[in-house]
Design a protein around this ligand. Structure first.
Ligand code: ADP
Length: 872
């Protein structure tokens, strides 16, 4: 069914017009999108060109010469460039296609117009005739009515006229004839127009309209054909499977396929072919130790008390690492062999390879075998170290700890290591309190304490041993027999009588600092027992003078017994007595024999010797108490050291005691003793009833006379003169660190920062420096001498005369420092004797050498006092 028969109606005609409009719009849409596609393709081509160019920026240097992979890549990129060009060409062709579509659209628009006009034309003739017929019919009706009327008149007149003539009748007749003629004419016209209309209508329907529609159909169909061709062309230029692309892709596949792993490095290997490398030699540099006598030997592990713990830890770590390696290897083998370890430890294929998995399986096997080799190497390497350490430890014997140094630097080292490791210390303080003495440690371990208490032995000035507890009695005979040196010991001998704990033994010196230990052990065979902290563990150390000083750490066996190289004993006392009586060296290597137990000195008090009464002050390390000595009922002052402080701090705390011990001067606070056997460690001093000078000055500001103030200055100068003569630099001389007794006598105290040296250079940070009291050269260069104390003494004088004012008040430390450096000095306090202020200024001389020494200061102040006394 074609247009001609199917689309004759008016509605179909209108629909056909609408359809053509829609087609034109579709064409427009297509045109736009093809244009866009062309644009896209062009842009893609540009990007692809850039990709290819980027890919071609490869290193063309010699390094890749002969590389197939590099060559293939270059070809691949060239092909990409071709591809880009092809895309560009196709995009340009698409633009041509677009133009064609534009022309087609124009033609289609014209054809639509022509159809519309032609249709209107043929329809217009039919319409015209239809109108004509209607008009002719109405004319016909009009003339028919006129004719009828005139005919009626004529008939009437005719009847009425006797002669059938007359003018009037003629007239009527004439009119009647005319009307008749008109009617007949109109009739004919009407008949003709109807006939014509019938003919035209028939032609319109049967000839003209079908012809027009048929033509229209053919026109439209030919447009569709053109349109299809255009679309085909567009599609063709976007076809990525087109031969051109296929060829490019084929070439790319070929060049990539030409990469051959086995040939890849052929040329390279040929070019760089060398003979196998010679092994790298690692050798111990002997020059490192040529100046160090004895202890360190090339390529040999040093096992001594400094290193033994470290070595043991390292051994443990390494053994763990070896086990780790072994476990990993086992796991790997099990995994690869599908859960079944193979006797020879090799990896075998489990036969589960599928054809396309062969390569990846091969790779993974290869990788696993490589990993396994790496693990084996690791195991071997670590095992070598394990063997080396084991061998070294065995050689020395685990129980013996040779001294790491010729003298007791060993324990200094130990001490320092423990002390400086503050952070670690503080952490562990909160849990295991490494800073606590071993006694506290032992007290926590109730069983050990019982052992010590239950079987306490001690050296006694009696030659016959006391009966021992049943447990140790069997050994007692042996001790008794082994007492050859009671003569050489004079009145000292050993007995097994009491049940005292270790810390009550006369020869147990608690945590006595090493300086003191060295001082106490003077002759070969002198020994004492003390406590030290190693690796956060309290350890008991036997210190012996034997070709220098040797220190043996008491070993604890798994059963909780104590030993050196010989048999284990249930208590430390028994062990020491065994060594003493048997005359056997503590270790074969050291040859050290115990001859004379060195007992605690007068000033080494037991903590139980003092009874703390009331707190009278608070120091840097802990509270200060008024206390009573049990033995003499003497009132004393006791400085305590907080248990939680790290060891380094405790050592610093004891430093004061160590320094004070040697001094005896009315203006230096006196040391009575130190208590180091258990916590808290304490320093026992003479009680100075007025307390801190600074507080005293402030409290008694109204009552103090110039004479008293000068007296205080003289006392301080006397004390400092004494210290200077002993080469002691106080470093913290200030009113707060002086004490005053009820007679206004001043005593220098607080020797926490003191050093017994002529000159002391501070190398570490100066965090807690009392800036306003410290001489510029000490602040600027860390250089301390007694002349720095002189500067501080000047400030002390100023404090005394200002009755406890703060120096450089209103200035920060750094401001005061700045101003002093530019020559500023504090003005004289009110009512200070001129000479005293002059002395202050001399003490504050920028050049240390221009300052007076304490001797001179003392003389000046003394003379001034004399003059004052005489003037009254
Ligand atoms: P630290 O050196 O730890 O800072 P101090 O020596 O400054 O401790 O003592 C703190 C306070 O304890 C002093 O200001 C003082 O009041 C009091 N004090 C210290 N030693 C004595 C003593 N020997 N006699 C009387 N009081 C003392």
């Amino acid at each position: 069914m074609g247009f001609s028969s199917a689309l004759q109606s008016r509605a179909a005609h209108e629909a056909l017009i609408v359809r053509q409009d829609a087609e034109l719009r579709l064409m427009e849409t297509m045109k736009r999108s093809i244009q866009m596609k062309a644009k896209c393709d062009k842009e893609y081509a540009i990007s692809l060109t850039a990709v290819a160019q980027q890919g071609l920026k490869i290193d063309r240097a010699d390094e890749m010469q002969g590389s197939l992979i590099s060559k293939s890549w270059r070809s691949y990129m060239d092909e990409l460039d071709h591809q880009a060009k092809q895309f560009k060409f196709n995009a340009e062709q698409l633009e041509v296609v677009c133009d064609k579509l534009t022309h087609l659209s124009q033609d289609k628009r014209k054809a639509r117009k022509a159809y519309q006009e032609e249709h209107a034309k043929i329809a217009a003739r039919l319409n015209h005739l239809t109108d004509e017929v209607v008009r002719k019919k109405s004319e016909y009706q009009k003339h028919l009515e006129g004719y009828k009327a005139l005919r009626t008149r004529f008939e009437e007149n005719y009847i009425k006229a006797p002669s059938r003539s007359g003018r009037k009748l003629d007239d009527v007749r004439d009119k009647y004839q005319k009307a008749c003629r008109k009617l007949h004419l109109t009739h004919n016209e009407y008949v003709l127009s109807i006939t014509e209309a019938i003919e035209v209508e028939k032609d319109f329907r049967n000839v003209l309209l079908p012809g027009l529609l048929e033509h229209q159909q053919s026109v439209q169909e030919s447009f569709i054909l053109l349109w299809r061709n255009i679309l085909q062309e567009a599609a063709q230029y976007g076809d990525l499977t087109a031969d051109k692309y296929k060829e490019i892709q084929k070439r790319i596949d070929t060049v990539i396929g030409s990469i051959n792993p086995t040939e890849e490095y052929g040329e390279f290997t040929e070019k760089y072919k060398t003979s196998p490398t010679t092994p790298l030699l690692f050798q111990f540099d002997e020059t490192l130790i040529q100046d160090i006598p004895g202890k360190l030997q090339s390529s040999t592990l040093t096992v001594d008390n400094l290193t033994v713990d470290w070595l043991r830890n390292r051994l443990q770590e390494l053994e763990g690492a070896v086990r780790d390696c072994q476990e990993k290897q086992m796991k790997m083998i099990e995994h690869v062999n599908g859960g079944s370890p193979v006797a020879n430890g090799s990896i075998i294929s489990n036969g589960s390879n599928t054809s396309n998995g062969i390569q990846s399986n091969k790779d993974s096997l290869c990788r696993q075998s490589k990993d396994l080799n790496a693990l084996r190497c690791q195991e071997k390497q670590k095992q070598k170290l394990v063997d080396m350490i084991k061998c070294a430890l065995n050689e020395v014997g685990c129980e013996e700890l040779p001294s790491g140094c010729d003298d007791d630097l060993t324990l200094e080292q130990n001490f320092i290591e423990n002390g400086y490791n503050n952070e670690q210390q503080q952490r562990s303080n909160s849990t295991s309190s490494p800073g606590l003495g071993i006694m506290n440690e032992l007290m926590r371990r109730g069983g050990v304490l019982t052992l010590l208490r239950g079987r306490g032995r001690h050296f006694k000035r009696k030659s016959t041993p006391q009966p021992a507890t049943p447990m140790t009695r069997s050994r007692q005979g042996r001790f008794n027999k082994l007492q050859p040196r009671s003569q050489s010991l004079g009145s000292l001998s050993i007995s097994l009588s009491t049940n005292r704990p270790l810390y009550e033994e006369e020869w147990f010196h608690g945590v006595l600092p090493r300086e003191e230990v060295v001082r106490l052990l003077n002759n070969d065979g002198d020994f004492l027992v003390r406590e030290t902290i190693r690796n956060e563990e309290s350890q008991i150390v036997l210190s012996v003078c034997w070709n220098g000083h040797k220190h043996f750490i008491v070993q604890t066996t798994g059963e909780g017994n104590f030993r050196f190289e010989g048999p284990p004993f249930a208590s430390i006392q028994e062990l020491i007595m065994h060594q003493y009586h048997s005359e056997l060296p503590v270790t074969v290597k050291s040859g050290a024999i115990l001859r004379r137990p060195v007992c605690r000195e007068r000033w080494e008090l037991s903590n139980d010797d003092v009874v703390l009464l009331e707190r009278i002050g608070r120091g840097n390390f802990g509270d200060v108490y008024k206390a009573k000595l049990k033995s003499t009922k003497l009132d004393v002052a006791v400085k305590t050291c907080r248990m939680t402080l790290p060891d380094e701090q405790k050592r610093k705390f004891l430093q004061e005691g160590r320094i004070l011990k040697q001094y005896d001067h009315p203006n230096i606070v006196k040391l009575i003793g130190i208590c180091v056997q258990k916590q808290p460690i304490m320093i026992v001093m003479e009680l100075v009833l007025g307390g801190s000078l600074l507080t005293y000055l402030r409290k008694n500001s109204n009552g103090l006379t110039t004479r008293q103030q000068m007296g205080m200055c003289r006392d301080a100068a006397a004390g400092m003169r004494y210290l200077e003569s002993k080469n002691c630099i106080h470093r913290d001389l200030a009113a707060r660190n002086c004490l005053v007794d009820l007679e206004h006598s001043v005593k220098i105290s607080d020797f926490g920062m003191s050093r017994e040296e002529e000159e002391y250079i501070v190398s570490d940070g100066m965090k807690q420096i009392p800036v306003k009291w410290t001489a510029p050269e000490a602040l600027n260069f860390g250089k301390y001498t007694s002349l720095c104390d002189v500067w501080s003494y000047g400030i002390l004088m100023w404090e005394i005369f200002s009755k406890g004012d703060t120096p450089y008040s209103g200035m920060t430390n750094s401001r005061a420092r700045e101003r002093i450096d530019t020559g500023y000095r504090m003005p004289t306090p009110k009512s200070t004797p001129e000479e005293m202020y002059r002395l202050m200024l001399q003490c504050w001389a920028a050049d240390a050498e221009s300052r007076p020494h304490f001797d001179e200061i003392y003389n000046v102040v003394d003379a001034l006092i004399l003059r004052l006394d005489n003037s009254h």
